[in-house]
Design a protein. Structure first.
Length: 165
């Protein structure tokens, strides 16, 4: 019998292993949703966004920027938590089916490999700014944006921490 900790870590995939699982889901006609981000300091805004993304299909895959990729995007002081921690925390959410790390500047290669039915990003992006949108739309998939929960961001939490210390 698998313990709960094993269950969490079983949701963290390499791109190669994920493709095998995605092919099984696809064979079972599961609707695959993909989103991505750094997800540093998980907060209510992330939970709201990810649960709404999960509701758009049967399986939610989250591409997580590696530590190096996050540093390149966010600066030398980020990530606050490392990629193993961020991946495990996200994998512990019941509505998350798979976590996969990516080191590239964008998740385009991952999106092209997975070919999700639905690609999701925050509503702060327009369709033409969403990496992979053109590819997903080309094979009949959908691209959705989700409004962020006001008042929640990792940057604002980071500033509050700095101000209180």
């Amino acid at each position: 019998m698998m313990n709960k900790n094993d269950l969490i870590f079983s949701k963290i995939y390499t791109p190669e292993n994920l493709l095998k699982t995605v092919n099984i889901w696809r064979f079972l006609n599961e609707k695959i949703v993909f989103t991505n981000g750094c997800f540093d300091l998980l907060h209510l805004g992330h939970i709201d966004y990810l649960s709404k993304a999960a509701s758009l299909g049967n399986r939610l895959i989250i591409g997580v920027n590696t530590d190096e990729s996050t540093r390149k995007l966010k600066g030398p002081h980020r990530p606050i938590t490392n990629q193993q921690s961020r991946s495990a925390i996200l994998a512990s959410l019941f509505f998350v089916d798979a976590i996969v790390l990516f080191d590239e500047p964008t998740p385009l290669k991952l999106i092209q490999t997975i070919q999700p039915n639905v690609l999701v990003k925050g509503a702060d992006y327009s369709l033409d700014q969403i990496v992979g949108a053109k590819e997903v739309l080309s094979y009949g998939g959908n691209v959705e944006t989700i409004e962020f929960l006001p008042g929640y961001s990792t940057s604002s939490i980071e500033q509050q921490i700095k101000q209180s210390s």
